[in-house]
Design a binder for this molecule. Structure first.
Ligand SMILES: Cc1cc2nc3c(=O)[nH]c(=O)nc-3n(C[C@H](O)[C@H](O)[C@H](O)COP(=O)(O)OP(=O)(O)OC[C@H]3O[C@@H](n4cnc5c(N)ncnc54)[C@H](O)[C@@H]3O)c2cc1C
Ligand code: FES
Length: 294
């Protein structure tokens, strides 16, 4: 746990802001209290409650793997009150964070396995932390396959980073595949001309259909819009993935983030889950047992 009281917000300075798309920005943060910096540890898949004083709070996934003490990155889409207020902030401004919360991905369990990361849209944000962690501890993981579905080139997040992996990932034993929806998108079309086996038009499930995927020694990790899960899981189970080989991260309306307020409870008498505390990462097996989780 980062601080003695897990509900205590910590001040963070915005040290850099990158405009990634018309609605998403990448914020680089640094904690301002030197006493907390050494105690602040996070794992891929965990999230923070981010607040702007006088406006409110929103849960946001940490989208990088921890490298520098007290520093982290958040990819934020402006959709409402809090996220619009955060988008108005500049380098040098401050905001407040609580956390990290949630279970995160089982990076230890997944060691010595291949990773298949499947993301749609903003869902790539928490999966980027898994990817970065696996690249940081590269020898602990096998082949990493990333399947990323976007609407079009201009909506692609972490563009430079991912295009580099698309072109040069093989050197790191990483296969980066891209699916795009907009048929008039010339930039994605060029990528498809460059590597037709790595970039294709359609939904992210098209990439699964086209690739040779086996469940052998592999964990699949999914994040994307709610509608995506059902179709991706169907493709994976048809290829022999078991419910405990599939991990997914879930979003719910949250308030406290620590299992106290009940806002994020899902399920029924057989299985009840607090998405903030028991998740946000669940296996497909959890989803099968817990009504309304997926
Ligand atoms: C674990 C977790 C991780 C997340 N990670 C990220 C991330 O990395 N990046 C990111 O950008 N977002 C992330 N989100 C989503 C983000 O928390 C929400 O979009 C949040 O609502 C934004 O807050 P806001 O005040 O800006 O928007 P809000 O004012 O809450 O509005 C958000 C949207 O919800 C609608 N809405 C508002 N109130 C309700 C209601 N009561 N019921 C239903 N719909 C309503 C609004 O119309 C709007 O479309 C994450 C959420 C969770 C739970
Ligand atoms: S957000 Fe309060 S219990 Fe989960």
């Amino acid at each position: 746990m980062t601080v003695k009281n897990p509900l205590t917000p910590m001040e963070a300075e915005i040290i850099r802001v990158e405009e990634m798309t018309s609605i998403e920005k990448l914020f680089y943060l640094k904690l301002t209290d030197p006493q907390i910096i050494g105690e602040f540890h996070y794992n891929p898949g965990q999230f923070l409650e981010v607040s702007v004083p006088g406006v409110g709070e929103a849960p946001i996934s940490i989208c990088d793997a921890q490298r520098e003490p007290g520093q982290l990155q958040l990819c934020i889409r402006k959709v409402g009150r809090v996220t619009n207020a955060i988008h108005r902030l500049k380098e040098g401004d401050r905001l407040w964070i609580r956390g990290p919360y949630g279970n995160g991905f089982p990076m230890k369990l997944m060691e010595n396995h291949n990773l298949l990361l499947i993301a749609g849209g903003l869902g790539i944000a928490p999966l980027r932390s898994v990817l970065q962690h696996a690249l940081l501890y590269r020898t602990n993981y096998g082949l990493i396959t990333v399947m990323y579905g976007v609407r079009c080139y201009s909506m692609m997040l972490f563009r430079e980073e991912f295009i580099r992996l698309f072109r040069e990932g093989d050197k790191l034993n990483v296969k980066f595949l891209l699916a795009y929806e907009d048929e008039s998108d010339t930039k994605c079309y060029q990528l498809a001309c460059e590597r037709s086996d790595r970039c294709m038009r359609g939904l992210v499930t098209r990439l699964i259909e086209a690739a040779t995927i086996t469940p052998d020694n592999t964990y699949a990790v999914i994040c994307g819009p709610p509608v995506m899960y059902k179709f991706v899981v169907r493709e994976l189970t048809q290829r022999g993935f078991t419910p405990t080989q599939i991990y997914m991260t879930m979003e719910r309306r949250m308030k406290c983030g620590v299992g106290k307020c009940g806002h994020c409870i899902t399920g029924s008498s057989n299985s009840i889950k607090y998405v903030c505390k028991d998740g946000p990462v669940f296996t497909y097996w959890d989803a099968l047992k817990t009504k309304g989780l997926m």
